[in-house]
Design a protein around this ligand. Structure first.
Ligand code: 5GP
Ligand code: MN
Length: 338
């Protein structure tokens, strides 16, 4: 199947905006993942190469496993660390690039500042149901990662991709396809990976840095979470719960939860896997994964969330965890009981 690509003309339009602008902000979603930070870094390197003033500003710090992507953590500005400076930068920016986001709510604490800025806003994304909230929206849901779109852009714009940028793009595609295993692992995911390997990326070394960094704290948490793993609907639906107490008792970091929800999906017969995370005082965060037929983006929409067909999320700020479990599991059971 040939998939639709973003027309080159659109990237030339972006090029024209860049050419006439000087000050840039790059941002992405709350709790950035590998695709968010890899895409940001690729664009950051490109804009620096074009001699632009640019800052990456996110709600949260760079997850520790991705520290190896940069020489200095200062590259990744954290909004709350110096709000005044960052607000000022965002307000004075000519252009704000908003990456890997389908809905401005995903900007979390930065939402008001970013959407309120007079800057020209360009959203580059691959999620289902993008709200088209920016001035220029470059969306391709068939892209395996936002980084696939960035790779296409840099190629069209004749950027000589350096090894640091290649590594950032590779990490983004690697993590958003869950090591080239999720259903979004397309021909182009492998094609781009092959091009990046040609530029010197070392997949074995990167795999070690990104995935072989398990800690005892994380393992302790996984053990506790798995001991409460529930199976319903003849084993088609599984869910687990992680409370604030469990996190505190193990000392694991929130970013270390990556991969937990995918684990139970590997059990034979499981179609739908859900993880409920208690965010003390701030409700519940829910991760959803499906194997084949089930569109979890559509499921998440019922609760104001979204994402992709096989990986989506919901954020219920005012619903405590047991109540969230009750509501969401009731709806999930309905799928298999129909
Ligand atoms: P995760 O479960 O790994 O946090 O997220 C899975 C996918 O769903 C990601 O692509 C993420 O961007 C998206 N996602 C997670 N939470 C939300 C949410 O609250 N709203 C929307 N629209 N998307 C979400
Ligand atoms: Mn992504």
């Amino acid at each position: 199947m040939t998939k639709q690509k973003v027309p080159e003309e659109i990237w030339r339009q972006v090029d024209a905006v860049i050419a006439k602008s000087n000050k840039f902000t790059i941002t992405s979603h709350v709790n950035p993942d590998g695709d968010a930070v890899g895409s940001e870094l690729a664009l950051y390197n490109y804009l620096l190469w074009r001699n632009k003033e640019v800052k990456i500003i996110n709600n949260n710090p760079l997850p520790v496993v991705f520290n190896f992507l940069v020489d200095s953590l200062e590259v990744f500005g954290v909004f709350d660390d110096d709000r005044k400076t960052f607000q000022d930068w965002i307000n004075k920016s000519d252009v704000i690039f908003i990456l890997d986001i389908s809905n401005p709510d995903r900007l979390s604490r930065m939402n008001d500042c970013v959407t309120g800025s007079a800057a020209y806003k360009i959203c580059i994304d691959h999620h289902e149901g993008n709200d088209l909230f920016a001035d220029l929206n470059i969306i391709n849901v068939s892209a395996c990662a936002t980084a696939e779109l960035l790779y296409e852009a840099l190629t069209v714009l004749d950027y000589d991709i350096d090894i640091r940028t290649a590594t950032a793009l590779y990490v983004a595609i690697l993590t958003d396809t869950a090591s080239f295993t999720h259903p979004n692992t397309s021909e182009s995911a492998h094609h781009i990976a092959s091009k990046l390997l040609g530029l010197g990326v070392k997949p074995g070394e990167i795999h070690k840095k990104v995935y072989e960094t398990n800690t005892w704290k994380r393992t302790d948490l996984l053990q506790r979470a798995l001991s409460g793993l529930k199976s319903e609907c003849n084993g088609k639906l599984t869910w687990m719960k992680i409370t604030g107490k469990m996190i505190a008792a193990t000392g694991a970091m929130l970013e270390e939860l990556e991969g937990f929800v995918d684990f139970s999906l590997t059990i034979i017969g499981v179609e739908f896997s859900i993880l409920f995370l208690e965010v003390p005082g701030k409700g519940t965060k829910i991760s959803l994964r499906s194997k084949e037929f089930l569109n979890v983006h559509e499921f998440a929409k019922q609760f104001g969330g979204g994402g992709h067909k096989h990986a989506a999320g919901i954020r219920l700020y005012d619903v405590e965890i047991d109540n969230a479990i009750k509501q969401v599991i009731e709806k999930a059971r309905g799928i298999f009981e129909e």
